[in-house]
Design a protein around this ligand. Structure first.
Ligand code: NAP
Length: 356
C-alpha cells in the first residue's frame, strides 16, 4: 500500500528530462512539492512544459540550479526533502569523449548527489534511475546467464569505454550508488532498471535518444528495413508509476527491472504499420544480419561491427516479475505506447512531413 506523506518536499534531479517529466507530473498530481533540480532554471522554453503541469495540479514546483559535475550543487535543492529521485544522466549514443561526456557525469554525478543525501538529514529514501544496461551490455550476454534470462542478480561485465560506453557509464554509476548506500544506514536505496523507454514526452522535443530512434521509423531513414535488434521496452508513463511506487511502497528494495515487453526493433516498427503505414514510410522488412553488418557502420557511427555481431538477430529476454509483484505494476501494450509516441511526433511537428 502506498502511503504518501505530502508534508515534506521531494527532489527530482534532471527534472527537464524525458523520464523525469512524467515522474514530476505524478508527484504534482499527488499534491507534493517538487524541488526540481535543473541545469538552467532561466531556460523558460524548456521549463514551460513543467510549469504547465504545475498550473493544473495540486502540487507545487520549485526550481534549483544544479549540475552533476559541480560538487555540493544539489545541497540546496535537497534541503528538507524526504525522497530523492536521481534521474539525471546523459543518455546519448554519439559522443566524442566517452569518459568526459558519459562516465564522469553518470558516476561522479551519482556520487555528488548521494553525498548531498548523506549531508541532508531529512532524506529517507533515494530512488535511482539506473538502466537494464547496468545488467547486460550486449544481447549475447544472455548466453552467460544461469537461466537464459536477464534478472536483477546480473551485472553488465561486457561494456567498456570503447564498447557500449553508455551502458558502461550506467553500470559504474549504479555500482557507485550501492557503494555509498552501503556505508550508511539512514536512507535506503531503491534502484529502477528500465529497458528502452518509449511513449509521449511531457516535452515533445526531449533530447533523449528514445526520440531520435523512433523518429527514424517514420522519416524515411529506415524505409529499406530495420534490424532485428532484440531489446526490452517500457512506456514512459508506466516507468513514472514505477518510480513513485518505489518511493512510497515501504518494502520496496534492491534493483527492479522495469520492462513491459521482450521485443526487437522490427516489432516496434510493425506496431505502427496498421495506423500509420499508409501515410508514413514505416519499415516493413527485417534486414538480414549480414547486410546490417556490411552497411550499418557506414550509415551509423554508433553501430560498430562488434555491436552488430553481438546484438542483431539475438533476442532479448528480461524477467520483470519482481517489480510487478512487489510494486504492483501493470504495463501498457506495445501498440498503445508506439501509437501514442508516434502521434505526438506528428502533432508536435517533431516528425516533419509525409514522405511515403
Ligand atoms: P534525457 O531526456 O536526455 O534526460 C537526461 C537528463 O539528465 C536531462 O534532464 C539533462 O538535463 C540531465 N543531465 C545531463 N547531464 C547533466 C549534467 N551534467 N548536470 C545536470 N543534469 C544533467 O534522457 P532520459 O531518457 O529521460 O534519461 C533519464 C534517465 O533515464 C537517465 O538516467 C537514463 O540513463 C535513464 N534511462 C533512460 C532510458 C531510455 O530509454 N530513455 C532507458 C533506461 C534508463 P538538461 O535538460 O539540462 O540537458
Amino acid at each position: 500500500m502506498m502511503n504518501i506523506d505530502t508534508d515534506a518536499p521531494v527532489m527530482v534531479t534532471g527534472a527537464t528530462g524525458y523520464v523525469a517529466g512524467w515522474i514530476v507530473k505524478r508527484l504534482l498530481d499527488e499534491g507534493l512539492t517538487v524541488h526540481a533540480a535543473v541545469r538552467d532554471p532561466d531556460n523558460a522554453e524548456k521549463l514551460k512544459y513543467l510549469n504547465a503541469l504545475a498550473e493544473s495540479a495540486p502540487g507545487e514546483i520549485r526550481y534549483f540550479k544544479a549540475d552533476l559535475m559541480a560538487e555540493g550543487s544539489y545541497d540546496e535543492a535537497m534541503a528538507g526533502c524526504s525522497v530523492v529521485f536521481h534521474t539525471a544522466s546523459p543518455f546519448v549514443l554519439r559522443v566524442k569523449d566517452p569518459q568526459k561526456d558519459l562516465v564522469d557525469p553518470a558516476m561522479l554525478g551519482t556520487r555528488n548527489v548521494l553525498e548531498s543525501a548523506n549531508r541532508t538529514p531529512s532524506v529517507k529514501r533515494v530512488v535511482l534511475t539506473s538502466s537494464c544496461v547496468a545488467i547486460y551490455g550486449d544481447n549475447v550476454d544472455i548466453d552467460d546467464t544461469p537461466d537464459g534470462i536477464f534478472t536483477e542478480e546480473i551485472w553488465n561485465t561486457s561494456s567498456s569505454l570503447d564498447h557500449q560506453p553508455y551502458a558502461y557509464s550506467k553500470t559504474l554509476a549504479e555500482k557507485e550508488a550501492w557503494k555509498i548506500h552501503n556505508q550508511q544506514d539512514r536512507w535506503d536505496l531503491v534502484v529502477i532498471n528500465p529497458s528502452f523507454v518509449l511513449g509521449p514526452g511531457i516535452n515533445p522535443f526531449a533530447s533523449s535518444e528514445s526520440f531520435k530512434l523512433i523518429k527514424q521509423l517514420g522519416d524515411g531513414t529506415m524505409k529499406a528495413g530495420v534490424p532485428r535488434l532484440g531489446l526490452g521496452a517500457v512506456d514512459v508513463r508506466d516507468l513514472a508509476e514505477a518510480h513513485v511506487k518505489a518511493a512510497f511502497t515501504p518494502g520496496a528494495n534492491g534493483r527492479n527491472i522495469i520492462s513491459a515487453h521482450n521485443t526487437d526493433f522490427f516489432e516496434l516498427a510493425q506496431a505502427l504499420v496498421e495506423r500509420y503505414g499508409k501515410d508514413y514510410p514505416i519499415p516493413r522488412r527485417a534486414l538480414p544480419k549480414w547486410l546490417v553488418w556490411l552497411v550499418g557502420p557506414l550509415a551509423d557511427k554508433t553501430m560498430s561491427r562488434k555491436m552488430i555481431a553481438r546484438n542483431v538477430d539475438r533476442p532479448w529476454k528480461g524477467d520483470n516479475s519482481k517489480a510487478v509483484r512487489e510494486l504492483g505494476l501493470s504495463y501498457r501494450s506495445l501498440k498503445e505506447t508506439m501509437e501514442d509516441f508516434f502521434q505526438q511526433m506528428i502533432d508536435s511537428g517533431y516528425l516533419k512531413g509525409r514522405r511515403s
